[in-house]
Design a protein around this ligand. Structure first.
Ligand SMILES: [Zn+2]
Length: 349
């Protein structure tokens, strides 16, 4: 049977099922029951350029929840982007309950421009402009499209990051804690299912829905259990990091009962509580003395900041004892930008 007739056969079988899913349309890309469809959400040029957001929609044969997976919010974070391609091929629509919406590369200007943090189009960090604006700058228009077309059509959301092109990062999850116990338990279940062994208990302030700034917060403010994963370091495409992203997605799908099979039980987890993002006091060159995943004492040296002639400006130290989530691993350092993130190790919640 060729692929096309197989798809049709699956679709016909599905129509015979008791439950028929509502048709999902993601910015013009339409779900086909029992199949994976791909296409682009087009972002029109309103003065600062156009962009395209590649999406896959995998629609199961049985009605169920919609999980949104967003990759490439930062354009130099490749392991999740590749992991999502791998997961998209692994999910068999014939076995799927519900729908998976995959945003393969949210921030195409940054991806093709090979930039860290910021879009070359407007200098904005896509993960600080949500929920976006239909008539805003290019990053704001991208955020608006993802908010309205992807997030608001979903029941669960994962924004998948890695160490950016300059960040040496030990894989972890930001697990938001909103104060609503029932809602937070769902997020915790998702975080444990993703299967990383370090979880940051993220007590970030709850922001308003119209100024949610972050991808995950945009989901949270809309009542959608959401989290952010960080798997990968310094823009690496190492197969183990790519696989870890894909495997996290597959186990999350089993956890949400969207795919059959036993959920892999949670592994022993290092819980991280209060965290600090240490920022640079000046422009210069930063040379790290630690790596992502190292533990440090209070006052422990994270690295040295030098001027452009190689003279030391300041020794950057840990504000408290804890674990280094990430540290900047390439020399360019701008005043006010992150040097490292350090978290306190805590007992399990
Ligand atoms: Zn990122």
């Amino acid at each position: 049977m060729n692929i096309l007739s197989k798809t049709i056969a699956v679709a016909v079988l599905a129509l015979g099922a008791a439950q028929v899913q509502a048709q999902i349309d993601v910015g013009g890309v339409k779900a086909v029951q029992g199949a994976r469809t791909t296409g682009f959400i087009e972002i029109a040029d309103t003065g600062d350029g156009a962009s395209r957001i590649p999406v896959s929609i995998i629609a199961g044969v049985k009605a169920g929840p919609t999980l949104a997976l967003v990759g490439g919010t930062h354009g130099y974070e490749y392991a999740p982007v590749m992991g999502l391609q791998m997961a998209a091929k692994r999910v068999n629509p014939a076995e799927l309950t519900g729908t998976v919406i995959i945003v393969h590369v949210a921030n195409m200007p940054s991806f093709l421009g090979r930039t860290i943090y910021y879009s070359p189009a407007d200098g904005a960090n896509l993960n600080r402009v949500y929920p976006g604006k239909a008539d805003g700058s290019l990053s704001q228009r991208i955020a608006h499209a993802i908010t309205t077309q992807v997030i608001e059509q979903s029941d669960y959301l994962v924004d998948m990051h890695s160490g950016d092109g300059n960040e040496d990062l030990r894989s972890y999850i930001y697990m938001p804690v909103t104060g609503d116990d029932e809602f937070d338990a769902k997020i915790k279940g998702m975080a444990l299912a993703f299967g990383l062994d370090h979880i940051v208990i993220d007590r970030r302030e709850n922001l308003p829905a119209d100024a949610s700034l972050y991808t995950d917060m945009t989901g949270l403010t809309r009542g959608i259990p959401s989290m952010t994963t960080e798997v990968g370091r310094v823009g690496s495409t190492a197969p183990d990091l790519v696989r870890k992203n894909a495997e996290g997605v597959m186990n999350l799908l089993r956890h949400l009962k969207m795919l059959p099979g036993e959920e892999r039980p949670p592994q022993p987890t290092v819980w991280l509580g209060e965290f600090s993002v240490i920022t640079s006091p000046a422009d210069g060159m930063f040379i790290a003395s630690v790596r992502g995943g190292h533990t440090v004492a209070k006052g422990g040296v994270l690295g040295q900041l030098f001027d452009f002639f190689g003279e030391p400006i300041e020794t950057i130290r840990a504000p408290f004892a804890g674990m280094v989530n990430y540290v900047i691993a390439t020399p360019p350092m701008r005043k006010g930008e992150p040097v490292a993130m350090v978290s306190k190790i805590v007992a399990e919640e």
